[in-house]
Design a protein around this ligand. Structure first.
Ligand code: ATP
Ligand code: MG
Length: 462
């Protein structure tokens, strides 16, 4: 067996010289007070691969309150017990007190946490061997009791110890497994993947699943991670709606299952969280809305219902409101098709409903939907290009006469007509906006005030 402590090789030395001065300074302060300090987690892994770490994790035998006293600007992060966070110009550094987890009862939180002094015991509680290497910042040595460096070389994602036991202790590790499979260029260790099971996921909070799932979604290996989530049964724990096929889909009226289509759309769309979520959920209401007649299978209103259902799902997973709105709006309008009869006003209405800034997202979702449906014939592309062209023409033409937002606002109306602030102001503004969608040339102050006057007068009469 190779020794646990080893010096850096010459090439590794170069990579480790990348550790920023402010991180080294934190370690120096801890050392001066007599505490051990190690670089741990993803930063060591990334440096060994010659990559740039995104954040820095330190482990020390200093207790959280001692760390707090040494570094006044620390935040005690609630999610990880015993972790203190230091911010430095947008970068963050987490210091976790060395610990051993002794008992797990709820499949997520260790029952007894022992703060300790032994880095090897601290590494033993970590999830994967490539994440269980420490770098002693004082002695400049690597501490690698679980063959992490070898697995770094082999690019192997392997549990520390017996995977089934480790998942049983903390079910989140299974989601982390797929997150790393999606984000890192690694191969799955067979037994580590085979041990993944849905029962061990009971007790893992939706919030923690969401954090890992969101990272997984934007990773280059999203396809294999999503397949793994489905195959292992983990998907059913937090996103069972995507496994629903409904009666007709099950009978194979569509070439692809809902899952297959959604996954392919998510794989092809640009790697941004709102897009990946929209792609994954855009057809989620198909099983609920399917009907069949002599013309074939239909999914009437699946865009509308899917938009609502995706809201429910994303809220359940605790996504922020803005993201929920953005994704569900994209899903709501993903079926907007045009033909020769479609008027400019109809396209302007679409732009207002989606929001001009989110139009590129809608076009990207439409593109991914086409690619994933396998109907990439000339006609579908032509249609996509026509829609894209019409939207762009309208968006480009709007610089002089913006049809989306009237050049007057509520304050102008209040002043000009000596109105009291109230719902009538919003009503007039909406009327003006609607009118502009039909005729953008009216977007000038005098014309709008005249329109508003007529509207208010008609309103008084009724
Ligand atoms: P990233 O580069 O994305 O930050 P990371 O490996 O640093 O990846 P973190 O979530 O920041 O991931 O966790 C830091 C380290 O803490 C991990 O590398 C791992 O050693 C350990 N860790 C985190 N969560 C768990 C867990 N649930 N079970 C065991 N060890 C964990
Ligand atoms: Mg990290």
């Amino acid at each position: 067996m190779s020794p646990v402590r080893t010096e850096l090789t010459t090439t590794e030395k170069l990579n480790f010289s990348e550790i920023p001065e402010w991180v080294l300074n934190v370690a120096r302060v801890l050392n001066m007070k007599g505490f051990q300090t190690y670089l741990v987690g993803g930063a060591v892994r990334d440096l060994l691969w010659g990559e740039h770490p995104s954040d820095w994790d330190l482990a020390s035998d200093a207790l959280p309150e001692e760390i707090g006293a040494m570094f006044p600007k620390t935040i005690a992060s609630g999610s990880k017990y015993g972790t203190m966070t230091i911010m430095n110009e947008g970068n963050q550094l987490e210091i976790t007190t060395l610990r051993e987890d002794l008992h797990y009862s709820d499949g997520r939180h260790p029952e007894i946490v022992h703060f300790g002094k032994d880095i090897c015991l601290d590494l033993a509680r970590r999830d994967f061997t490539i994440n269980a290497i420490a770098f002693d910042l004082t002695k400049r040595e690597l501490i690698d009791p679980f063959g992490g460096r070898r697995d770094i070389r082999r690019r192997l994602l392997k549990a520390v110890g017996d995977p089934a036991r480790r998942y049983h202790e903390d079910g989140l590790r299974m989601f982390r497994f797929y997150r790393f499979l999606a984000t890192l260029d690694v191969q799955a260790h067979r037994q580590t993947e085979q041990a993944i099971n849905a029962e061990s996921a009971i007790g893992v909070s939706n919030e923690r699943i969401r954090e890992e799932f969101s990272k997984l979604l934007i990773g280059p290996g999203v396809g294999r991670a999503l397949s793994g989530l489905k195959k292992s049964g983990l998907l059913g724990v937090f996103l069972a709606e995507l496994l629903n096929e409904g009666q007709h889909l099950q009978k194979g009226f569509q070439k692809k299952s809902l899952w297959q289509h959604s996954m392919e759309a998510a794989m092809t769309i640009n790697p941004q969280l709102q897009l990946r979520l929209a792609a994954l959920l855009h057809d989620v209401a198909k099983p609920l809305t399917q009907s069949i007649d002599s013309d074939g299978i239909h999914f009437y209103n699946h865009d509308q219902i899917g938009s609502e259902l995706s809201r429910v799902i994303m809220k359940r997973l605790g996504y922020p409101r803005q993201l929920v709105d953005r994704v569900s709006t994209l899903i709501r309008w993903h079926m907007f098709f045009i033909n020769e009869q479609t008027s400019d006003a109809a396209i302007r209405r679409l732009i207002v409903k989606v929001g001009p800034q989110y139009i590129p997202d809608l076009l990207e979702l439409r593109r991914a939907d086409i690619v994933a449906s396998g109907r990439v014939d000339y006609h579908t592309w032509e249609n996509w290009q026509a829609l894209s062209g019409r939207i762009n023409d309208i968006l480009n033409a709007q610089t002089t006469r913006n049809p989306f937002y009237p050049v007057i606002n509520g304050t102008d109306l209040i002043k000009h007509f000596q109105l009291q602030p109230g719902p009538i102001i919003g009503e007039v503004l909406r009327y003006l906006q609607e009118t502009l969608l039909d005729d953008p040339a009216l977007n000038q102050k005098p014309a709008l005030l005249k329109l508003a006057e007529d509207y208010l007068q008609a309103r008084i009469k009724t």
